[in-house]
Design a protein around this ligand. Structure first.
Ligand code: ZN
Length: 283
């Protein structure tokens, strides 16, 4: 498994990019008083890799974790970090359910059959944590409903609940001193569903909330490059255009893409096509 390398992004923020099988972005926000970890890694091994690379860079280990949402790949390393966890109230509720499960291959397979788990996650859990696996899911210690601000000393982190299609509990972390927004998986589509999809009812309010931050840099959960404001605005514009055209013209994908071509004067790219398909699937 290739090991991602910790990168210094800004004055206070270090980023470990996503990696196979489904390891998400992790960040350390480093203040004068303490370090905050954004998301908690997929496993003990992933958590240990992050802690080791912090140590190699002379950075203090995290004293707090903030979770973006309840999905396993963002959570299963939390016990190895071993510090208090901040999470949304809905995240805590879902983690209490997850913590009561058994995590053998056979119980995972059964949950997929029962519709309680998706094959994509079960497959990646088996890759990240081969049997015999010991899954430890600590419950969050500090809960937020809407917002929570953390003063790390010389730098602050504003946690905001934004919701969206991917997970109702999605929280983003904004570091105003560095104008960076840690998005978690909030901009991705709904995955815990028979068909991956977006809905304009959840997506459009989410876009408004995300673009209201005066961020210039954006880190996503499973995107291996940092995004600029212009790139996020371009993604949002495609999502909005896809939603608007479907509202005007209905669910004929070819007609929507033809209208998008006319409206923008450009061939719809892979992203535009994905958003159109996803929003049609969500109707
Ligand atoms: Zn997720």
């Amino acid at each position: 498994m290739p090991e991602p390398i910790l990168q210094k992004l800004t004055n206070h923020i270090y980023w470990m990019p996503p990696a196979p099988p489904d390891r998400p972005s992790l960040c350390a926000v480093v203040g004068e008083r303490f370090t905050l970890m954004l998301d908690a890694a997929s496993s003990d091994a992933h958590a240990r890799l992050f802690l080791d690379q912090l140590a190699q860079n002379g950075i203090a280990s995290p004293r707090l974790i903030a979770l973006t949402h309840w999905h396993w790949d963002h959570v299963f390393g939390a016990a190895e970090i071993g510090v208090p966890i901040i999470a949304h109230r809905l995240t805590a509720q879902e983690l209490a359910i997850q913590a009561a499960y058994e995590w053998t291959d056979s119980t995972l397979d059964q949950r997929v059959l029962d519709g309680l788990e998706i094959a994509f996650c079960a497959d990646n859990i088996k890759l990240e944590l081969p049997e015999p696996r010991n899954v430890r899911i600590p419950l969050p210690n500090i809960l937020l409903d809407d917002t929570l601000d953390i003063d790390l000393g010389g730098v602050t982190c504003h946690l905001r609940h934004v919701g969206g299609d991917h997970a109702a509990d999605s929280v983003v972390a904004y570091i105003p001193e560095d104008r960076l927004l840690f998005l978690g998986d909030s901009l991705y589509d709904a995955v815990y569903t028979p068909v991956r999809h977006y809905t304009t009812a959840r997506l459009f309010p989410l876009l408004n909330k995300l673009l209201a931050f005066e961020a210039q840099l954006y880190i996503e959960g499973h995107t291996d490059k940092m995004l600029t404001r212009a790139e996020i605005e371009a993604i949002a514009a495609k999502m909005r255009l896809a939603g608007d055209l479907i509202a005007e013209l209905g669910t004929d994908e070819a007609a929507i893409l033809a209208a998008a071509r006319l409206r923008t004067g450009a061939e719809p790219d892979e992203d535009m096509t994905y958003f159109v398909k996803g929003l049609i699937a969500g109707i």
